[in-house]
Design a protein around this ligand. Structure first.
Ligand code: PLP
Length: 443
């Protein structure tokens, strides 16, 4: 499936043998500009601003529906936390820059990064219906919570296929707005996620197969129903755009800390990746905000490296991890995805810096490290990116990247951001099991 000139024999061996490694994207353009097509739709910077404005427009509505958003004034966002203790624990030397955590593990409403994309897509759908039926105007979005609007929205259904976190996000916002919500879940979805949704009146349909099978089942069921909107994790641009708005907030947070990003002050961002929508959307937003001075790396479980497999492919067939002999068995349920979003892959091809893989044991070790160093509570999927700084600064492949991009002399001024993507709602008993397992694993 691969061109040997692009992917070395060693790389393929490491992939097959499930050895963690860092892969550098040979197609990153000098400008770092992301792809401009999503299917046949032209996308760009204006989409990020449009999305951001939708979040602002609906911030009152969100505050009304979710009182926990009072603190962020109705905006779905997380803190940017300095992480000095974690930085020393991970062995990132100060002369290689400063480490921060982007704390999406504590994103309100959905408890994971999926709050960004999921809430945006459902808001966009609700806004369209309410506008078409003259229940709101562009200037009176708050009317969407009026009884008349809710009555209309209750005639519509929103459905989604999910390993868990996307389902939580879509189910919670859709039912809060008055939609009938259905979440198709794969067999590996956690029981507490299903229960949390059922408690909110969301229909949960369980499927025996993997994540892709749950998505396919949900898509087919929705196609037959004109009143049903299906949130398609693999090809929805609204979802992708929802994630991209994070970049504009991150820029503000960096400004507040007087951190400038430019050629002499590079930004490195490490994000866990499943289908690639969440990290892709964020990387798209960051590339349009910081240009070639931001370097994004995705992190995937060794068994589910679907984005890496798709990026390496030259055949245009968008292969899955099964096609290269991997089994997609990982305890990182947020990342247990066999096939990447082809749209996200195409947008990322000219901009993504690289991808590294991580073993399950390492995820648990980092869940524990996060707790003892920075007192943050994350789920295993959210720990996937912790080895990013090490791959970049302490391995020949990473050093090669820094050298080729002329970054070595600027590393002392570098900002590194590890994106922690979920954890807030993990039940205590389950979280304690993660910690116990993590505490026993040696690095
Ligand atoms: C979904 C998810 C991701 C990755 O998002 P994709 O859009 O699937 O790439 C990362 N971390 C957590 C906790 C998630 O739930």
């Amino acid at each position: 499936m691969t061109d040997k000139k692009i992917v070395s024999e060693d790389t393929m061996t490491a992939l097959h043998q499930r050895n963690p490694f860092l892969w550098i994207n040979p197609d990153r353009a000098k400008s770092g500009e992301p792809g401009k097509l999503w299917h046949d739709r032209v996308i760009g910077k204006s989409d990020i601003h449009k999305t951001y404005k939708r979040f602002v427009r609906f911030s009152n509505v969100l505050k009304t529906l979710f009182p926990e958003l009072e603190g962020t004034d109705g905006f779905i966002d997380s803190a940017l936390l300095p992480a000095d203790t974690l930085q020393s624990a991970l062995g990132l030397a100060k002369n290689n820059g400063s480490l921060f955590i982007k704390a999406d593990h504590s994103l309100p409403v959905a408890g994971s990064i999926k709050a960004r994309g999921g809430i945006h897509e459902v808001l966009e759908f609700a806004e369209r219906i309410a506008l078409e039926n003259n229940l709101i105007t562009v200037d009176t979005p708050d009317d969407i919570t009026n009884p008349d609007s809710r009555k209309l929205l209750s005639k519509y259904k929103v459905s989604v296929g999910s390993t868990g976190n996307l389902g939580l996000s879509i189910g919670i916002i859709a039912s809060a707005l008055g939609f009938e919500a259905t979440v198709h879940m794969s067999a590996d979805a956690k029981e507490w996620k299903k229960q949390r949704l059922r408690d909110r009146g969301v229909n949960v349909v369980e499927h025996d197969g993997d994540y892709a099978a749950a998505v396919a089942a949900g898509r087919t069921a929705a196609e037959k129903d004109p009143f049903c909107h299906f949130v398609d994790d693999e090809s929805s641009f609204s979802l992708f755009a929802g994630y991209s708005a994070a970049a504009l907030r991150l820029k503000e947070q960096l400004d507040e800390k007087s951190i400038t990003i430019n050629k002499d002050n590079p930004l490195f961002v490490y994000i866990p990746c499943g289908v690639g929508g969440a990290p892709g959307g964020i990387a798209f937003g960051l590339a349009h905000t910081f240009g070639s001075n931001v370097h994004c790396f995705f992190a995937e479980p060794t068994a589910s490296a679907c984005f890496m497999v798709a990026m390496m492919d030259r055949s245009g067939t968008n292969p899955s991890v099964y096609d290269v002999g991997l089994d997609n068995r990982t305890e990182a349920d947020g990342l247990a995805v066999p096939k990447a979003s082809e749209c996200a892959v195409n947008v990322m091809r000219p901009t993504l810096s690289g991808i590294f893989t991580v073993e399950d044991d390492t995820l648990f070790r980092h869940v524990h490290t996060a707790a003892v160093t920075e007192e943050i509570r994350i789920e295993p999927s959210a720990a996937a990116a912790f080895d990013g700084p090490r791959w970049l600064t302490k391995t020949p492949v990473g050093e090669g990247y820094l050298r080729r991009h002329d970054l070595q002399q600027h590393m002392v001024n570098a900002t590194h951001i590890i994106w922690t993507t979920g954890g807030l709602f993990v039940p205590e008993v389950e979280y304690q099991r993660f910690l116990t397992r993590g505490s026993k694993i040696k690095s």
